[in-house]
Design a protein around this ligand. Structure first.
Ligand code: 4NP
Length: 156
């Protein structure tokens, strides 16, 4: 399974999701690949936000080598599952993908934990460091739910 995590800037939320998911996949010996991207071009080429790096590092996950990149229509083909971190991100993906938008591949990330509730991972960008901790916990719970659902394994 090839998974793409998508947020707006690809520096706060989706890098955490990429890093955490890769870590859990490794622990479960799954043959999955995970990457992330952003729908907006504000921070292309930049490493993850320092607070995102910090909370991951605190939990034993190094995301410092990730670099922000833009979501591309070609990603629709390249990935089996594309997770939008928030409803505005889903809307942006829909606009960018146009006729190539594939409903069957794209989900709101939090739908895996709270199906049908249209919940979004809050954007921590404008807020304090605690916001990144809240976001980390939310992302971690959801990554575990995804592994459990599609990987059938549970070394967490
Ligand atoms: P992300 O957060 O989508 O989780 O990476 C953001 C990062 C930067 C901006 C917005 C959201 N920005 O406006 O620059």
């Amino acid at each position: 399974m090839r998974i793409l995590m998508v947020c707006l800037g690809n520096i706060c939320r989706s890098p955490i999701a990429e890093g955490l998911m890769k870590d859990i996949i490794k622990q479960n010996n799954l043959d999955w690949t995970v990457f992330s991207a952003g729908t907006e071009n504000y921070h292309i080429g930049e490493p993850p936000h320092l607070f995102s790096q910090k909370i991951c590092q605190k939990n034993g996950v190094d995301i410092s080598r990730q670099r922000a990149r833009l979501f591309d229509v070609a990603d629709m083909e390249k990935y089996d599952k594309i997770y939008a971190m928030a409803t505005d991100v889903l809307k942006a993906i829909r606009q960018k993908a146009g006729r190539q938008f594939d409903e069957t591949k794209i989900s709101l990330f939090l739908d895996e934990l709270y199906p049908g509730q249209s919940r979004s991972v809050p954007d921590p960008w404008y807020g304090p460091e605690e916001g990144y901790e809240e976001v980390f916990d939310m992302i971690q719970k959801t990554c575990k739910a995804i592994i459990f659902k599609y990987g059938g394994k549970i070394i967490l």
